[in-house]
Design a protein around this ligand. Sequence first.
Ligand code: COA
Length: 159
Amino acid sequence: LIIKELTSTDLPRYRMHILDFLIDTYCSNFSISRELAEKISQEKIEALEKYIHDGSATVLTAIYDDELAGFIWLYKHVYFGEPRLHINQIAVNPKHRGKGIGTLLIREAENCARSFRINTIDLNVSECNPIAINLYLKLGFATERRYMTKQIAGDIDGE
Ligand SMILES: CC(C)(COP(=O)(O)OP(=O)(O)OC[C@H]1O[C@@H](n2cnc3c(N)ncnc32)[C@H](O)[C@@H]1OP(=O)(O)O)[C@@H](O)C(=O)NCCC(=O)NCCS
């Protein structure tokens, strides 16, 4: 297994796999249709091409047997004056899950943060994804804020 940074030159080679991972991640983390997940993922990968090209995103890939086994998409942002590294996406090919690749990708993200002299990594995770939550807790992440919703009962068109 090798970890390497995705370049604009490599992107076309892994594009379809990354697109599939994004669709799968959107479908399993949000209550949206596959059709919408496909549309959003298509937009995201087009944006990613631009971000890799202009250097505003870093994507680390885990390559096994010349195949994309997983990837992590990172970008720098500033949170109330503090520079942070955001994990925008992480996904591992279903056939390679549970083998430590997700852990390895996050460890590499930590190294990446160190190289940027950034002390904090942040991310969002859906409550319906206990596997990812377990991964983050195991690696020392803690909840800083909660995103809460309430379903309003009644017919909003009815008045
Ligand atoms: C979340 C994900 C990246 C984890 O990748 P992975 O390579 O399977 O993770 P690892 O093998 O490094 O597992 C690390 C930890 O994750 C948790 N974990 C992994 N698989 C699990 C499972 N099936 N059930 C419960 N916890 C699990 C455990 O805490 C595990 O540590 P342990 O092995 O000591 O028990 C992978 O499941 C995935 O791609 N999911 C779909 C995409 C997604 O939801 N991404 C997160 C968006 S926020």
